[in-house]
Design a binder for this molecule. Structure first.
Ligand code: SF4
Ligand code: SF4
Length: 471
């Protein structure tokens, strides 16, 4: 029985409710007045239910699709302004006891070299990331209670925050590790993590069990209920995601939104971010093995439908996608991207761009400086902002500011100030020139006169050597 308030995975991600939603979406996809009503609701920026979003996804009328794309772009601008937040993944260990068939780190893969970073090696990676200009990391590790116990993750977080390099440091560490218990989430929160990220991979239980034959992750309920335990442990910013291509995308989109509705119903706050990775080739993995691999056109539409359905949620795209695809997705509502990423263990301090320990192939192999310049040339403000969680704006405090439409009052000046820091400390000459031009152009986008004045003053102080201002 479907119940968004239930603690049980199979009740808040109810299979029958997903199937009924898809059936109704099919019936309604040609109903012009129903679609008009849904588009009008989306335009009011109040979000859409999973049933409404499914109808938009099902509708193949090109005029409706164009409207959805336009709304997605407009909504992203209205909430977050022009900024695109940048981050990098940091792989700590590829030891893993799970059997996920789509991931080269699965326990039975004997061809991949296994590696776990020592604290000294982590410090070296972090120095390299800081020297690139990063301020925000997503820590990644396989599940292995013996080799990668929670204490190792906690030590690693402490190491990351302790590293200083040329007066700069990492200011926010998000963590993407296996589902765990409430007490462990409490410890992660106490260690100062930003967002706790865990991808569902697929919400379809039957498919989930087929793709996760062994290891603790094979328990669908334990995995699907993880965000509830994270919230109970005080991690009030949680990041969800699906690995699109593992199962039918319409099913996944519906269930992902049901998950968001469940978190909102139970904890008063939906997911802080949604990631939209797509299955891609890697060691031991070929996309041909996945018949549900998603074509670009459908993927773009799916991202746009998600954006209009959850206007307050950050949406993340990684370097799994090519530069060309990322450019298109920036117009569909994406608000965060990774840049200069290495998806291997120790990848930032090894000479090769890709080594044999990588989790997946990187399609966008540009350096961070190239990514920053590309964003600038496309009139986006590259942002290294980490202000919200450091100002205590997490969970429902963040969401209420976001829902009131006031978050862009913080996002835009913070983006300009952190961009200025980047330009002063790490940018190439060409990027610096493009960045300075964009800062000059964008100051007028700050609607509040007083905030604009303070931003201007702080930009001069950053030019004079001061750092780390925030609203
Ligand atoms: Fe391990 Fe995660 Fe890869 Fe599964 S997806 S094998 S849990 S690293
Ligand atoms: Fe993100 Fe908050 Fe910074 Fe905006 S102000 S970019 S929401 S951390």
């Amino acid at each position: 029985m479907y119940n968004p308030l239930s603690h049980k995975a199979e009740e808040f991600i109810c299979h029958e409710e997903v199937l009924e939603t898809l059936e109704e979406a099919h019936l309604q996809s040609g109903n012009a007045s129903r679609i008009k009503e849904i588009l009008e609701k989306a335009a009011r920026c109040k979000g859409l239910s999973h049933r409404e979003a499914a109808v938009l996804m099902e509708c193949s009328d090109p005029a409706v699709e164009q409207k959805v794309f336009a709304l997605a772009e407009e909504i992203k601008h209205r909430f977050y302004g022009n900024r695109i937040v940048l981050f990098a993944p940091l792989y700590l260990s590829n030891y893993c006891i799970n059997g996920c068939v789509y991931c080269p780190y699965h326990a039975k893969n004997r061809t991949i070299p296994r590696r776990k970073l020592s604290q000294e090696e982590i410090a070296g990676e972090v120095q390299a990331l800081i020297r690139m200009g990063h301020k925000r990391l997503a820590v990644e590790a396989g599940e292995d209670p013996v080799r990668n116990p929670l204490e190792y993750i906690l030590d690693s977080i402490r190491t990351i925050y302790s590293v200083r390099e040329g007066g700069n440091s990492i200011r926010r560490v998000n963590v993407n590790i296996a589902a765990t218990d409430v007490e462990s989430y409490r410890k992660l929160k106490a260690a100062g993590i930003g967002t706790y990220i865990l991808f569902q991979e697929t919400y379809n239980k039957e498919q989930y069990e087929r793709l996760h034959p062994t290891g603790p992750k094979s328990n669908y309920a334990w995995h699907t209920e993880a965000m509830d335990r994270a919230q109970e442990g005080g991690c009030d910013d949680v990041g969800v995601g699906v690995l699109f291509g593992l199962s039918g995308y319409k099913y996944e989109l519906t269930a992902l939104l049901m998950h968001a509705e469940h978190l909102e119903a139970r904890f008063g706050v939906g997911p802080h971010t949604i990631s939209v990775p797509r299955i891609c080739p890697a060691d031991d993995i070929s996309v041909e093995d996945f018949k549900d691999a998603l074509p670009d056109e459908i993927f773009r539409k799916l991202v746009a439908v998600l954006r209009v359905a959850v206007p307050y949620t950050g949406m993340i795209i990684s370097t799994r996608e090519s530069a060309r695809m990322r450019e298109q997705l920036l117009h569909c509502g994406i608000s965060q991207i990774s840049g200069g990423s290495r998806t291997s263990v120790g990848g930032y301090t090894t000479a090769e761009r890709h080594d044999e320990t990588a989790q997946f192939d990187v399609s966008d192999t540009r350096s961070l400086d190239e990514v920053v310049r590309w964003l600038l040339e496309n009139d986006h403000i590259p942002s290294f902002c980490t202000a919200c969680y450091r100002e205590g704006r997490t969970g429902d405090r963040f969401m209420s500011l976001c829902k009131s439409g006031k978050i862009s009052l913080c996002c835009t000046p913070n983006a300009l100030m952190t961009l200025k820091e980047y330009l002063m400390d790490y940018a190439s000459e060409q990027t610096r020139e493009a960045g300075e031009r964009l800062i000059a152009r964008s100051l007028g986008d700050i609607p509040e006169g007083r905030v604009r004045e303070v931003t201007l003053e702080r930009l001069s102080r950053i030019a004079a050597g001061e750092r780390d201002f925030r609203f």
